[in-house]
Structure formats: C-alpha cells, structure tokens
Design a protein around this ligand. Structure first.
Ligand code: BTN
Length: 327
C-alpha cells in the first residue's frame, strides 16, 4: 500500500488547544494550565508557527489568528473526550483508500475506534463498487469499529454515521444538510457527503466494520458526470471550512451514537435519523436482486432498514446494503 504517515508529537497539542479556547492566552495562564513558560514556551510557539499556525504575540500573551487546513494527528485526538472513537488517529498524505489502510491496521491488531484520515485518495471507493473522487480539499476518513454484538449492526452503523455527518455539517452556516436513504448527505438537493460500511470477511476480522466517510469540504472541481449532482460544503457556506474542526465534530457525534449502538439503544438513532431525513414521505422505486418495487417511505428502523408501503398495500423493509433508491 502506498502511504506516507504524518507523525504525531510534532508540536505541543495542549498549547494549541489552549490557544484555540482563549481569545488571548497570557503567559501566566499558559504556565498555570500546561506548565510551559520562558524559552520552552517560545520554542513551542515557534514550532506551531512553522507548521502554519498564525500566532500573534503581545506584551499580554498570545492569540491564535489562523490555522492551516491540514490534518495533524495530535490536534485531531487531543482533548476529544470521546469514549471510543478517535483515541488513535492515523493521518496519511496519500493512500489508495483510507478503508484499505484501516483494514490493514485492523489485521495488525488496531483497536476499536481507530480513525484513519488522508489528504488524498488515489482509489477511493463508494457504495455498490463505484469509485469515489477524492482529491485534496476533502475529508476522507475511515473508522474501525468492533462492537461486542456485531450481528445485524451494519444498518445501524450506516444510520449513525449519516446522522453524525449531517449534524456536524449543519453546524456551518448555509449548510442545511439532510439525509437521503441510505447514506447520502445533501445540501439543497446536492450530495456533499456519503458514508459506507464494510464488513470483515476473513475469520480473524469477523465482526469488524470499517466505516468510510467522505465529505466534499473544499473541493473546487468535480468530474463532469458528478458536477450537476455534487457541491462542496464551502460553496454553500460561502467560505472555506477547516477540515480538522469538521472531522472532530463528526467523531464526537459518532462516538455518542456508537455508544448507543453498543448499549442496544437503537430507537434514539432512528429518531435522529428521521428528524434529519429527506426520504420519509417520498415515493421511491427500489431495485433489489433484479426486482423493482414502488411505494412510499413510511418509516425507518435502525435494524430492519427503510420501511416502504408498497403500491400493493404491504409494508416491507429494505436494508441499505441491498437497495438503490431511484426517485
Ligand atoms: C458513497 O456515497 O458511495 C460512500 C462514499 C464513501 C467514501 C469514503 S472516503 C473515505 C473512505 N475511503 C474510501 O475509499 N471510501 C470511503
């Protein structure tokens, strides 16, 4: 696998976190909170500047005036306060697919909740064997999940990921995201993000899932065939978005939902999904195993999947892995 890993420990993550949380951080505050002072503090400030962080200084202290749109493992995982997801973060510059990297790390014993991010994917993949356009400027992330009771969890994990991404995207002005079954995140009818769940097939990876999340954050150009269907978040927000901040939000939301899945509390996820969904109430055509079904979406069940009242009058469940919705 081609990959270059971005190192952790290259700067002082607690200092960056303190600067992010304060308007101006005085030298006394910095010394009190994280024990850095004098020459050591100057050196750490210089290191952060070298990595592209704009730090202003005055007699009273330091202020973070700007941050580069780059993923740093330390910044991503520092102070996340999540129970499971993001305790370990791997950042790659260029990789075939973050899912490939996550599977390889899983096979080598990586722990539940590992996050893998890349600046660029050369063979990103989407659902149903499609390729996923993954240039620089996007958020390409895979998460290793090993729930205690893996049976039947793929649909719930897809829903949880869709909810987490939609909630995180919606925190940005102009990004009024909704979910289209099973895994598309849309703003104003255009796809900005997609999620997919891959399931371990070998005996040693049985019960292991890799959740792949792709968000078109600041991507400026798309191939002609997806141009009319997609639009980057930055276009809707009217400004570039710092991907590390978005990644941390998604990880936080997803962690809460993953804990609910582990506890078997699926109902709350279903409710959140419904509240964000643009699918319920719509007429759909569903292709499944070569057959076509038509009807209206009436509900969503985190285990059973999409509940559709067919034109025959029967209500039938369709799981995302087997379904393509054609409006
Ligand atoms: C879809 O809508 O079809 C799902 C797209 C998922 C894309 C992400 S990007 C990060 C991860 N690595 C991949 O190769 N795919 C997923």
């Amino acid at each position: 696998m081609e990959r270059q890993e971005r190192k952790s420990g290259i700067f002082h993550a607690p200092l960056l976190s303190l600067l992010k949380d304060s308007e101006w951080a005085t030298e006394q505050e910095i010394a009190r909170h994280i024990g850095l002072a004098g020459l050591r503090l100057d050196r750490e400030i210089e290191t952060l500047r070298r990595f592209g962080f704009a730090i202003e200084s005055s007699g009273s202290g330091f202020r973070l005036a700007g941050a580069p749109d780059v993923f740093f493992p330390d910044e991503l995982s520092w102070g996340l306060d999540t129970a499971m997801i993001g305790r370990d973060v791997v950042v790659l510059d260029r990789v075939s697919s973050t899912n490939d990297a996550a599977w390889e790390l899983a096979a080598n014993g990586a722990a539940d909740g590992l996050v893998v991010l890349a600046e660029e994917q050369t063979r990103g993949r989407g659902r149903m064997g499609r390729s996923w356009f993954s240039p620089r400027g996007g958020l390409w992330m895979s998460i290793l999940l090993v729930p205690d009771k893996p049976a039947g969890q793929a649909t719930a994990l897809t829903m949880a990921a869709s909810v987490a991404v939609a909630k995180a995207v919606r925190t940005y002005p102009g990004c009024d995201a909704s979910i289209r079954w099973p895994n598309d995140i849309l703003i104003a009818g255009r796809k900005v993000a997609g999620v997919m769940v891959e399931t371990g097939s070998s005996r040693s990876l049985h019960g292991t899932f890799i959740l792949g999340i792709g968000v078109d954050v600041n991507c400026s150009e798309f191939p002609r065939e997806i141009e009319p269907l997609a639009a980057a978040m930055a276009v809707h927000a009217g400004a570039k978005i710092r991907r590390a901040d978005l990644a941390r939000l998604i990880i936080r939301f997803l962690d809460e939902l993953y804990i609910q899945i582990i506890r078997g509390e699926h109902a709350a996820i279903g409710e959140e999904w419904l509240a964000l969904s643009s699918t319920v109430g719509q007429r759909v055509t569903i292709m499944r195993n070569g057959r076509t079904y038509r009807g209206e979406v009436v509900d969503m069940d985190p285990v059973e999947g999409l509940m559709v009242r067919l034109d025959t009058g029967f209500v039938r469940a369709f799981r995302g892995e087997h379904v393509t919705v054609v409006k």
